[in-house]
Design a protein around this ligand. Sequence first.
Ligand SMILES: NC(=O)C1=CN([C@@H]2O[C@H](COP(=O)(O)OP(=O)(O)OC[C@H]3O[C@@H](n4cnc5c(N)ncnc54)[C@H](O)[C@@H]3O)[C@@H](O)[C@H]2O)[C@@H](O)CC1
Ligand SMILES: Nc1ncnc2c1ncn2[C@@H]1O[C@H](COP(=O)(O)OP(=O)(O)O)[C@@H](O)[C@H]1O
Ligand SMILES: [K+]
Length: 540
Amino acid sequence: MISAWSADDVRAAEEPLLAAGAPLMARASFALATQVLADLRARRRHVRGARAALLVGAGNNGGDTLHAGAVLARRGVAVTAVLTAERVHGEGLAALRGAGGRVVELAAAPDRAPAVAAEVSAADVVLDGLLGIGARGALRGPAADLVTELTAVVGMESAEHDRSGSADSIPTAAGGVTAGAGRPWVVAVDLPSGIGVDDGTLPGPVLAADRTVTFGVAKPGLLLPPAARVVGEVTVVDIGLEPVGPPAVRRLEAADVAVSWPVPGPSDHKYTRGLVGLVAGTATYPGAAVLAASAAVRTGTGMVRYRGSEPVARTVLAARPEVVTATGRVQAWVVGPGVPTTRDRDDPADDGQHDRGRGALAVARGDLPGMPYGPVPAVVDAGGLPLLGETSPPWFVLTPHAGELAGLLRSRGEDVHRDDVEAAPLRWARRAHELTGATVLLKGGVTVVAGTEGAWAQADAPGWLATAGAGDVLAGILGTMLAARATDVVERPALAAEVAAAAALVHGSAAERANPGGPVAALDVAEAVPGTVSTLLGLR
Ligand SMILES: NC(=O)C1=CN([C@@H]2O[C@H](COP(=O)(O)OP(=O)(O)OC[C@H]3O[C@@H](n4cnc5c(N)ncnc54)[C@H](O)[C@@H]3O)[C@@H](O)[C@H]2O)[C@@H](O)CC1
Ligand SMILES: Nc1ncnc2c1ncn2[C@@H]1O[C@H](COP(=O)(O)OP(=O)(O)O)[C@@H](O)[C@H]1O
Ligand SMILES: [K+]
C-alpha cells in the first residue's frame, strides 16, 4: 500500500524532528542527488561532464535542490542553477557556489526567460525545485514564465513514457522512465512544482517529470488525477518522517489485494461464497448484461442471479450458462449497467429494469420490513444512479464516470460539468459522497474512490481500457468482491471503499493481462480475471 499525507500532516511530522536537530534537508538532498546520479549513469555512460540545470524557487524545496546540485557538482557534473526568486535558500546557494556551480539570476531579469529556457532544455537532467509542499495555487512570476517557456521549447508536458517501474518505486498513471530522445530527463524535487499538493489539480503550467523524488512520504497530489499524469515514476526516500493520523489518500498494491482475497475452503459452498444479483441490460443494451455477468462469474462468485426481460436473459444465458434467473437470496446487487439513465418511469426502453432496480436497491438498503435478504452491498452504475433515494448507506458503491458524476451532482443542486469533475476528481467524488452518503468510485485513467475514511487512487489500467463495456465489467467484478464480504462491508462503513479500490486494481490488471501493451475488448478483460486473481494469490 502506498499512503500519502497532506502538506499540513507532513509539516506536523517534520516539526519535532527539526526541533531535535535532525538534518532533514541534508538527508533529502543527499538522497535526491544519489537518485539523480543513478539516473544519469543509466542514461549516459559518464556522470562527469553531464550537464544539470536546477530550477530554484524561494523556499526549502529550492534549498534541497541547491544542496543536491552541490553534490552533483562535486561529482564532476556541470551544474547551473536558475534562481527564480530574489532570495533563495542561503546555505544551499553557498554550498552550490562552493562546489563550483554556476548561477543564473532569472528573477533579476525576467525577460530572459526564453533564452534561459533554451539553455535549460539543452541539459542532460533538469531538477525542478521551484515549489514543494509550500505551493499555493498556480506557479506565479518568473517561475511560471520559465516553465511555460520550457514546455513550449521542448514539449515537456507531453513526455513519452513507458509502463516500466522498479521495486522501490510507485508505478504511476503515466508509468515509466524513458524521456524522449533529445530532451532532458526531468526530476521533480518532492513534487512537480505547481501541482495541487493535496488535491492533485493542475492549476497552471507544470513541467511534467520523468521521476519524482519525494521526501518522507508520498503527497496526495502524486497519486491523484490529473496531477498523477505528470509525476513520472515516484521514488519515496526515507528521511525519518512518521506522520500521525490516517493518510489522506491511499493506493492499493497487488500484494494488499492478495492478502484480503477470500479463498474458498473445504467447508464453503456457493451460498457462502456470495451470490450476485444483477439488474443490467435492456433490449437496446443487452451486451452490458452479458459483460457484467461474465465478469461476476469470472471473478469467482458463488452464483449470478440475473434480473431482466426474457429476451435479454436468454442472451445472458447463451453466453454464460452458469447464470440463474430464479429469484432468491443475493449478497450483493449490481444495478444499472446497460439501463437507460432517464428518470421517466414510463420509458418503454427501460424494459422494466427501473422497477427491478428500485426493488433491488430497497432490499439492499434493508428497507423492506419482513424481507430476510437485506441489508446487503450494492454497486450502482449508469442507469441505476437516478434510482437512488435522497441518501444511501456507505455499502452502496456508486460507479459513475466523470459525465455521470456531474449529472448526479447537478441533480442534487451543484452547478458542475464533466470538465469540472475531470479537473478535480477527488473534490467532486467527495462531494458526491457527502451529498449521497454512498461510497463513490469515480472511473477514469486513475480511478478515485471516496468513502467514509479518506480516499483511494488506483492507477492500474492501461489507456486501452477506455473502451465501451469496460465499466460493465468493473461493475461485475466489484459485485462479486462485495458479495464475498457482504456482512463485513455492511458492518464496517470504510470497507466498501477499500473493496472498490481493490476491484479497480483487479480490473486494470486484467486489462493489462488481456493483451499487454495493446488493445483490449471489454469481454477480454472479463476473461482475463481468473488468471489475474491466481497471479495475485501467488503473492500471498
Ligand atoms: N521543513 C524541512 O526542513 C524540510 C523541507 N523539505 C523541503 O522543503 C519543501 C517545503 O519548503 P517550504 O515550506 O519552504 O515551501 P516551498 O519550497 O514549496 O516554497 C514556498 C515559497 O514559495 C513561494 N510560493 C508559494 N506558492 C507559490 C506560487 N504558486 N508561485 C510562486 N511562488 C510561490 C512562497 O512565497 C514561499 O516563499 C518541501 O517540499 C521539501 O522539498 C525537505 O528538505 C525536508 C525537510
Ligand atoms: N484513460 C484511461 N485509462 C485507463 N482506464 C480508463 C481510461 N478511461 C477510462 N478507463 C476505464 O475504463 C472503464 C470505462 O467505463 P465506462 O465509462 O463506464 O464505460 P462503459 O459504460 O462503456 O462500460 C472504467 O473502468 C474506467 O476507469
Ligand atoms: K518541486
